[in-house]
Ligand binder design. Structure first.
Ligand code: GRF
Length: 211
């Protein structure tokens, strides 16, 4: 069993999707042993507590330097012997230092089809606002490994979602979550824990699945 840490900042619906998948045996070879929140009042913390998963709050602003924050985060991950870190709506930037300790072992879910509507400043409703402004007819979600480039790491899974006439950023966000995010993230986590993901030259291959 690989130990998984999920890092959150908000409502935690993606964390809930992971907890539900774990309860129904859909995360093979891994278990969530730690939830870290950058926000002490994140509802995600309640979800973790209900599922009896240990929680910690780690706020960047409580540390003087980036190095101090990184040491605290790395120390926490090491103390739980974490093999996979999942960013599920985590709003604190992960430094290159932390990334270098977990190469291709940190995953993020992004609410668009990367490389569209991603990179610095594209988070939360902003992503959907920009998609609607551009008038795209299809958007979606992407799970990718985290590297030193914001939203630029190797892509693991993607799923398209139709934009509907009359969508608001809120209705589009909800549809992308329901139809793509909550399905993709548990699947990607399970594939990792089953040892079915390999990365070569920035490209992810999934063992046992035709590409
Ligand atoms: C999701 O849209 C996710 O794609 C993005 O942040 C949001 C988190 O929502 N990275 P939740 O906290 O999982 O409900």
């Amino acid at each position: 069993m690989l130990n998984i840490a999920v890092l959150v900042s908000g409502g935690g619906t993606n964390l809930q999707a992971l907890i539900d998948a774990q309860s129904s045996g859909k995360i093979k070879g891994g278990q969530i042993v730690l939830v870290v929140s950058s926000n002490p009042s994140a509802y995600a913390l309640e979800r973790a507590k209900k599922a009896n998963i240990p929680t910690k709050v780690l706020r960047r602003k409580d540390f003087k330097t980036q190095e101090d924050y990184d040491s605290a985060l790395l120390g926490l991950l090491e103390s739980y012997q974490i093999s996979l870190v999942v960013l599920a709506g985590f709003l604190t930037i992960i430094s290159e230092n932390v990334v270098s300790h977990y190469p291709n072992r940190i995953m993020n879910i992004h609410p668009s089809l990367i490389p569209s509507f991603c990179g610095e400043g594209y988070y939360g409703l902003r992503v959907h606002e920009e998609a609607l402004k551009r008038g795209v007819k299809v958007t979606g979600a992407t799970v990718h490994f985290v590297n030193e480039v914001c939203d630029g790491g190797p892509i693991i899974l993607q799923k398209a979602v139709a934009v509907q006439q009359g969508d608001t950023p809120q209705t589009l966000q909800r549809r992308v979550m329901e139809q793509a995010e909550w399905e993709l993230l548990p699947r990607a986590v399970s594939l990792f824990c089953e040892g079915r993901l390999t990365v070569e030259n920035g490209i992810v291959t999934i063992k046992g699945e035709e590409q």
